[in-house]
Design a protein around this ligand. Sequence first.
Ligand SMILES: [Zn+2]
Ligand SMILES: [Zn+2]
Length: 343
Amino acid sequence: MRAVRFHGQGRPLVVDEIDDPRPGPGDVLIDVAAAGVCGTELHFLDGVLAPATTPLTLGHEVAGVVAETGAEVEGVAVGDRVAVHYLHACHRCRSCLAGDDHLCDEPLGFLAFVNDGGFADRIVVPASAVVPVPEGLDLATAAVLCCSATTALHAVDVAGVRPGASAVVYGTGGVGLAMVQVLREAGARPIAVARNPERLALARELGAVATVDATRGDVAAAIREATGGDGADVVFELVGTRETGEAALAALGKRGTLVYVGYSFDTVEITPLALVVPEQRILTSVGNRRSELVAALDLAASGVLRTTLVEYPLEEAAKALEDLRAGRVLGRAALLPGTVSAR
Ligand SMILES: [Zn+2]
Ligand SMILES: [Zn+2]
């Protein structure tokens, strides 16, 4: 089968021909219908993150059709349309038992970080990692929800956003555009920041009450203006550079909360005095729970969440990543191997 594999930092992504993976007793073999392309893939190429092993098949947002089940698998059958939760939690450790399976201490697997991901014709995952895709929801959309809307749902939960709160979405890629909609549904007032007028227009269409063009002047001042001078109740930092971090801090209002979701090697200076006096908080949010994948799929199936897809054939993985890096992907990119229908 074909697999788009990472061979190490600074080396090109290669479409390799490799043996089909075989399911163990508790696993399922899935014909991949679609795999989303996420900023995390760029982090591998750039050396911000290193996978546990190379070569490794990338792609941690995966949906497809079950082709085979291991001997001990119950509750999942051949032909089922499924999405895969990228972190294959043990569902037994302290974190899992507390409902925080995204922080699992002993994961059975971790797609495209430790185990081969979904930029391939087929993939094997533990049966406990798959979630049924509701009828009426296409598999390409289901795939990209695995790490865009899910990540947005988790971050909004971490922040404890209240109805009426002003909430800045700093960065409007796949996660940001989903976050605007999640915030709108939570009764908050989303304010989107981006460097691209098309993205800002799309964010408005999806529910942003105001938008800020980051290429024009002082972002923090524009956010203050959009919040009637108060500053934001919450800022979701989806970029994670020094420049965006400084603007995000300067845009916070009293008791405002900055939530880090995006990251880079950059550092951001914090002056305790400037944080303490207005009683501001800095939080972080990583990944998402399996339950948040179930919620994202349900929200999309019921029409609450809209996703804009940009589709590429599997062979064009490198191009999809180039387009993502250059900011040319309006919405979320997905690779479609084409061996099974993504509809
Ligand atoms: Zn991702
Ligand atoms: Zn666990």
